[in-house]
Design a protein around this ligand. Structure first.
Ligand code: CA2
Length: 151
């Protein structure tokens, strides 16, 4: 059963505990459980990792690429949090691990927010982007990844 990696970046461990007006009331544990159920219905396992550390996220992308090459993982659903707007390292990791498909997810519509959130270093190297659907965006991203993998 090839896996899907659900990767969440800095501060997303706080989901559902603060700023519900922007990010909703669902916790990260709830998101991971719903994604796991969705992946399993489609015949995949789900592995979930959240980290507040850029290097840990880079290591996870590189590890996912090795497993993708071995046929053990179909791709990554990734909310890079604030690193979206700052991290050349994450961008280079994704660019350097092609053809590993990475779907970028943002809970909020970053384009309707502050100007500094309008630029993503990740989008040019992502296989797809889901923005502004709340936590439903994770399910949409898994669906998109499954559709790409079955092409
Ligand atoms: O909309 C998104 O998913 C973001 O990736 C969330 C990031 C933000 O920096 C990006 O611009 C857009 C922030 C994640 C922080 O998550 C929190 C959740 C609850 C309470 C506080 C922070």
């Amino acid at each position: 059963m090839p896996a899907i990696l659900l990767l969440n970046g800095p501060n997303l461990n706080l989901l559902g505990t603060r700023e519900p007006g922007t990010y909703g009331a669902t916790t990260l544990a709830d998101v991971e459980a719903a994604c796991r159920a969705q992946a399993e219905r489609a015949g995949h396992t789900l592995e979930a990792l959240q980290s507040n550390h850029e290097g840990v996220l880079i290591d996870a992308i590189q590890g996912a690429a090795l497993r993708h090459k071995a046929g053990e993982l179909i791709g990554v659903v990734f909310n890079p949090g604030a690193y979206t707007h700052t991290s050349i390292g994450l961008r280079d990791a994704i660019a350097g691990t092609a053809p590993l498909p990475v779907i970028e997810v943002h809970i909020s519509n970053v384009h309707a927010r502050e100007a500094f959130r309008h630029q993503s270093h990740i989008s040019p190297v992502a296989a797809g982007i889901v923005v502004g659907f709340g936590v439903d965006g994770y399910a949409l991203a898994i669906d998109g990844l499954l559709r790409k993998a079955s092409r």
